[in-house]
Design a protein around this ligand. Structure first.
Ligand code: SF4
Length: 185
């Protein structure tokens, strides 16, 4: 199997240029039947949660400085709904609701016509779709509030204090060899 970077490049070419892809073709065809398909969509919002370009602008201050950025492997738009998907080449592991929630918030900010966004992983090794995470525009205000609070809590931590290690299911994918919980990832 191609490595993760190559897979993303191959599937981006497949979606943007219709170049043949040795992997993921059935998924791309299924997405194309659903609506307009885009690859490698990059979005950002500024400190006022307004959409701006991914790299921000040339001005000074928060107006043009990205607060949160996100890149989407695939976005499929169907009227007021969008689906977005992440290509995954590893072993299936579902634990990224936060990542999908941030993605949905960025999509809602950038595309006012959207009322619902659904995100999921595409597990290329097993040929299966992951758990769908569904988000509605009506829920965005409390979700932004919770996310900003979480970010402020992290920012307020003392950078001189070493963060505690929290062994968990991600350890088997982690490359930090010096950690006592390292599992060969
Ligand atoms: S192995 Fe990696 S993910 Fe697991 S506790 Fe150590 S640093 Fe954290």
């Amino acid at each position: 199997m191609l490595n993760g970077t190559d897979v993303h490049a191959v599937l981006e070419k497949r979606i943007k240029e219709k170049a043949p892809a040795p992997i993921g073709e059935p998924f791309v065809q299924a997405f194309e039947r659903q609506g307009a398909v885009e690859a490698e969509v990059a979005l950002a919002v500024n400190h006022w949660l307004k959409p701006i370009s991914f790299w921000g602008g040339n001005g000074i201050g928060h107006q043009t400085e990205p607060l949160i950025r996100g890149k989407f492997d695939v976005v499929i738009t169907q009227g007021s709904s969008a689906i977005y998907a992440d290509w995954k080449t590893g072993k299936p592991y579902e634990n990224n609701e936060l990542q999908f929630r941030i993605g949905a918030l960025l999509l809602f900010a950038a595309r006012p016509e959207l009322q619902q966004v659904t995100g999921f992983n595409v597990w290329l090794k097993t040929g299966k779709l992951g758990q769908p995470y569904v988000f509605k525009r009506t829920e965005t205000s409390p979700q932004w509030a919770a996310l900003i609070k979480q970010m402020r809590t992290i920012e307020a931590r003392d950078p001189k204090v070493e963060w505690e290690k929290q062994p968990g299911p991600l350890c088997k994918f982690c490359p930090v060899r010096s950690c006592v919980a390292y599992q060969g990832g």
